[in-house]
Ligand binder design. Structure first.
Ligand SMILES: NC(=O)C1=CN([C@@H]2O[C@H](COP(=O)(O)OP(=O)(O)OC[C@H]3O[C@@H](n4cnc5c(N)ncnc54)[C@H](O)[C@@H]3O)[C@@H](O)[C@H]2O)[C@@H](O)CC1
Ligand SMILES: Nc1ncnc2c1ncn2[C@@H]1O[C@H](COP(=O)(O)OP(=O)(O)OP(=O)(O)O)[C@@H](O)[C@H]1O
Length: 476
């Protein structure tokens, strides 16, 4: 707050005398003056100091200094936000731990306590190493791929505390009924709404996309992140898409920078303030836009920001898989066409579409155990080791933009999952939990919207359903 005040002071009260200790650069760029003897002599000196300057030069100087002050302001603001985020995240973890402890206390009151030996503790699925080798591992035989062997080797006997392996196996084999066991993990990651929060804490999400042809997709993604519960949604789009996207909603922050010559630097300035980025909705396939998107992905990776890639972002990944390969905070959300393209790019052979789960698992492994969400009649979510399926009932209506609702909301879920303590997800890969949350929500929105609008259902109708679908799935 102090930094903010100091910076505001610079803008509003002393634009031409930026003599604040923490901004040495500003001081050095000022014209040299003698130190003032008394305050009454100050106006005359100021006048003398700038007397020989033309108005144009004076303006130039002024602009130069205010830009510098602005840069410094943002730098300090970034530092402040980082400190604040860390503090809030710790607070959030403590709150979650308290809630879980309370849950356990209530459970032990309600349930007769079994003999100690019959109560296996929830086991943890080993997390994928952050530095996964990029070489394609051997995939084993068709009926028993290594990831399933790995899965089977961790299975234990049933107990009152649900084992992670059972959760996965159930949703793997029983579809909808098994989902009941993953939903509580999603719930554990959702930050509680409390009066202690400040704006931005529950998520600042960036969408990289939006060009002349596609303005709906980035809008759907950004507004979905917001409606799910993120506090701020930024869209980084091309110059001509910006006014259109802004006109859809005053709630979005829209940056017309994606096709500017210094797009990457412009967007990078915002990265420290973003909790996750969603790359691709309405991005288009122009080389220059793909190149900028690629660079943004690289820089987000350096900062450990969760990166969700959808739509045209997946076109980029099919051309240059290394851009995201092995990044454990990366999530890809392909539809079947996009999946086929990715699969064929990685495996150099046509996709065998008779076993989607196996193909999805193979692709995830080839991409360094990246989390994949293969959308379809049932959504297949895998990190190569584990497979979840989401078959929450939707509808037969497949209008454009539903995938954008999914990727935008996943931006928020991913931030929550990655900032939760590992016991919130019972050791499960946060990407899987986040993806499961987003796919269940999208399908539930589809179902509810279809109930009201039938064949006229559009993505805007689904977005209207986010609040009640969210409540039904995660808050009831
Ligand atoms: N209102 C908007 O601005 C929208 C823009 N969109 C954007 O449009 C761009 C191109 O996306 P597309 O998905 O069309 O591009 P793709 O080239 O990936 O898809 C090509 C075609 O594949 C078909 N397809 C999809 N799933 C299929 C399946 N399971 N089986 C067989 N065919 C299937 C679709 O009909 C689509 O026309 C992206 O940037 C995307 O974000 C879409 O998000 C839709 C809404
Ligand atoms: N056959 C289906 N039955 C039920 N739900 C489906 C079906 N196909 C897709 N979905 C759901 O619709 C959502 C969007 O998937 P879809 O395949 O439409 O994405 P997309 O083509 O990428 O969307 P977009 O039009 O935004 O580009 C996913 O959450 C998925 O669960």
């Amino acid at each position: 707050m102090n930094l903010l005040k100091r910076a505001t002071f610079i803008f509003s009260e002393q634009p031409l005398s930026l003599a604040i200790g923490s901004f040495p650069a500003k001081q050095s760029s000022l014209p040299k003056t003698n130190p003032p003897a008394t305050s009454s002599s100050r106006p005359r000196r100021t006048k003398k100091r700038f007397a020989n300057m033309s108005l144009e030069k004076l303006m130039e100087k002024f602009l130069e200094q205010s830009m510098e002050a602005e840069d410094n302001f943002y730098r300090l603001e970034e530092q402040r936000l980082q400190v604040e985020d860390k503090r809030r995240e710790e607070e959030h973890s403590r709150e979650l731990q308290m809630l879980q402890m309370l849950g356990q206390i209530f459970a032990s009151i309600r349930m007769p306590s079994p003999a100690p030996t019959a109560t296996p503790q929830p086991s943890f699925i080993p997390q994928t190493n952050l530095t996964v080798p990029l070489a394609r591992p051997s995939l084993g035989n068709r009926n028993h791929p290594p990831a399933l062997i790995d899965f089977a080797s961790h299975s234990q006997a049933a107990g009152p505390g649900l084992l992670m392996e059972e959760v996965i196996e159930r949703s793997f084999s029983l579809g909808t009924s098994g989902m009941d066991n993953v939903i509580p993990l999603v719930r554990n990651t959702i930050p509680p709404l409390t009066s202690k929060k400040h704006k931005g804490q529950d998520g600042r999400i960036g969408i990289i996309g939006g060009c002349q042809e596609y303005t709906g997709a980035p809008f759907f993604a950004a507004i979905s992140a917001l409606k799910v519960g993120a506090d701020l949604s930024h869209v980084f789009c091309t110059k001509d898409a910006a006014p259109v996207i802004k006109s859809y909603s005053p709630e979005l922050i829209v940056h017309p920078v994606l096709d500017s010559p210094n797009a990457v630097e412009e967007i990078e300035k915002w990265l420290p303030r973003l909790h996750s980025v969603v790359v691709g909705p309405g991005l288009g396939r122009e080389d220059m836009l793909l190149k900028n998107a690629k660079e943004i992905i690289e820089r987000s990776k350096l900062r450990g920001i969760p990166v969700i890639i959808d739509a045209d972002g997946l076109w980029l990944v099919a051309k240059e898989p290394s851009v995201i390969q092995g990044y454990q905070r990366g999530i890809l959300t392909p539809n079947f066409m996009e999946f086929t393209r990715l699969y064929e790019a990685m495996h150099h052979e046509p996709l065998d579409s008779s076993d989607h789960k196996r193909s999805a698992q193979q692709l995830s492994i080839a991409l360094g155990h990246l989390t994949l969400v293969l959308k379809g009649e049932e959504d297949i979510i895998t990190d190569g080791k584990n497979i979840l399926t989401c078959s929450q009932e939707g509808s037969g209506r497949r209008c454009g933009g539903q995938g954008d609702l999914l990727s935008g909301s996943l931006g928020a879920f991913a931030h929550w999952a990655f900032s939760s303590p590992s016991d919130a997800t019972k050791g499960m890969n946060p990407s899987l939990v986040a993806a499961f949350g987003a796919t269940s929500l999208t399908r539930q929105c589809n179902r509810q919207a279809f109930h009201k609008h039938g064949r006229s259902t559009t993505t805007s109708d689904m977005i209207q359903e986010i609040n009640s679908a969210f409540k039904k799935l995660f808050e009831s």
